[in-house]
Design a protein around this ligand. Sequence first.
Ligand SMILES: [Zn+2]
Ligand SMILES: [Zn+2]
Length: 286
Amino acid sequence: MAPSPAIDIKVWGARGTFPMVGADALEYGGHTSCVEVRAGSGVIILDAGSGIIPLGKALLEEGVTEIDLFFSHVHYDHIIGLPYFLPAFWNKARLRIWAGHMQDGSTPDQLVDGIFRAPYFPITKDYMRADVEYRKFSPGDVLEPSSGVRLVTGSLNHPNGAVGYRVERKGAVFCYLTDFEHDGAAGDAEIRRLAKDADLALLDATYTPEEYPRYVKFGHSTWQHCGALCAEAGVKSWGMFHHMHMRGDLDQHAIEQAAQEVFPNSFAVRQGQHFLLPAKSGRGKK
Ligand SMILES: [Zn+2]
Ligand SMILES: [Zn+2]
């Protein structure tokens, strides 16, 4: 039997801005940002975009009770699924909700209050039946959501702020770096720090290089810049994430091929994609 992976990653939503349905979104998927990470005990969820809705159903069917949900930030595409996340309404689940990016000092508790708020939503967050705990951190903190898992955090260049995550376990490294705009300065240095020698990194590659000039300061990057940053950071394999809203499969496929001509270690992330990162004895346990 193969040894269990050090980090197991499943993508439940890879699109940015808003969900997309229809025959044009079958290959890359239509759900917005949500990635499930299993590393040791418990389940880590990165972002609560619409992809967290089917994930919640799967977790409930499996009977998972320990869940750590980390927001990159709280723009709609990263929170829209939370009110429909079934484990939050199950009284046997323990849900820890983490956030650390808020430049105005808002706490995770206040952020979730803002999601479950009249007249935008019919119930308050008090209807959640899980044991919900709110945990605030500062970008730059190193967290340990479960034993043996090191979660490095960092601040990303994005309107209202966002947090990037680096998950380390048994020498394997996975990075989740979405909603950032390359800046040729401190923001890029932070991406390189977080992604250093990662086995797998998912990065915000919303725009093509041709589209980007129309969207400067919108807070998103291009595959060209992501590829350059990953090369500088020594990333082994990286995925284009946060696909442009309304971008159909054919166009996304053409972008993936163009990127792979320059960066053979790149790919466009598909909803449902599953990655297993093995342990590495040489790197030691960090
Ligand atoms: Zn987004
Ligand atoms: Zn955003």
